[in-house]
Design a protein around this ligand. Structure first.
Ligand SMILES: [Zn+2]
Ligand SMILES: [Zn+2]
Length: 306
């Protein structure tokens, strides 16, 4: 692994142009925790959403305590820009074992708030050797969120999010959107959802939100993030009594590749792509039944296990 301690990259952009890439905010995990708590009120999955709020707050604390880890060298960052490659690729970056400590600490900290059924899983995490943790990480980073020990994967995902978010914050926004529009320009991972901004210089622009490092990148609206198609895009939302603000979250479905990704609108403020995604699993069931497959994962959820 190459490393340097160079100064952070300063984003280069003209003052009139909105950013194409937005680095993760320093308060990303506390804002997410607050949103989970809001969404939990009156929700049928309220207890689970409140537990996820505790996980998000623990992620924030872990991020503050994360050691200063090596970043790609200035040359490597420059090469990544020139070749339009992600500088911190999820599947190839030699991750620092510091994330093991993040995971074990997270498992201990969230246990008092955990549902009874999750406590044995959390206790087990403390006993797993490093090579087993790395094996679980490989599964998360290759989005193989099923099989033996699948119940452990959301915690592994949460710890890896801390690691990658910390690195992404330090690399900053000085990275370019890739030729492959549907993957994160910072880590090459898939988006969890997209978000349409409504205020400031990014108003009316749509950004995809990375499921791993929380970087956001611009993608024009009415375009499939998975296959780039512009035709055959449509939007579905939940209807009926008891659905709060259905228009705030829609599923953008693509008839070319039969995939979908959710799109969240920020009109009411305080939304979070990860939290709002998990509060609207009924929408996933709706579009799944209509024959569309989800284009990007939510690492806090094991499909069929949540
Ligand atoms: Zn990313
Ligand atoms: Zn498509």
């Amino acid at each position: 692994m190459t490393a340097s301690t160079q100064t952070p990259i300063i984003p280069i952009k003209s003052s009139s142009e909105p950013p194409a890439v937005i680095a993760p905010a320093t308060d990303i995990f506390t804002a997410r925790a607050t949103r989970f708590e809001q969404l939990a009120t009156g929700h049928t999955l309220g207890d689970w959403l409140r537990f996820l709020a505790v996980i998000s707050r623990t992620q924030h604390d872990a991020l503050q305590k994360l050691p200063v880890l090596p970043l790609p060298t200035a040359d490597a960052l420059q090469q990544a820009r020139e070749h339009r490659m992600p500088p911190l690729p999820a599947q190839h970056w030699q991750r620092d074992p510091a994330w093991h400590g993040v995971l074990r600490q997270l498992a201990t900290t969230v246990t008092p708030a955990a549902p009874e059924a999750a406590r044995a899983d959390l206790a087990r995490i403390a006993t797993l050797p490093a090579d087993k943790l790395e094996e679980l990480a490989e599964r998360v980073l290759h989005t193989e969120l099923y099989g033996d020990d699948a119940a452990l994967l959301p915690y592994v995902g949460a710890a890896l999010q801390v690691l990658w978010t910390g690195l992404a914050q330090r690399v900053g926004a000085g990275i370019t959107v890739l030729d492959v529009l549907g993957v994160c320009p910072c880590c090459g991972f898939l988006p969890v959802a997209s978000i349409v901004k409504t205020v400031g210089e990014t108003a009316n622009l749509r950004f995809l939100h990375c499921a791993l490092c929380n970087t956001e990148w611009n993608l024009v609206r009415v375009k499939c993030a998975a296959c780039d198609a512009n035709d055959g895009i449509s939007y579905r939302q939940l209807e009926g009594a008891g659905v709060k603000n259905p228009e705030a979250m829609r599923a953008e479905t693509c008839d070319s590749c039969k995939s979908y990704l959710k799109i969240v609108y920020t009109e009411r403020g305080g939304v979070d792509p990860v939290a709002d995604d998990l509060a609207t699993l009924a929408l996933d069931i709706l579009v799944d039944e209509a024959g569309y497959a989800r284009a990007g994962p939510n690492l806090l959820l094991v499909p069929g296990n949540g």
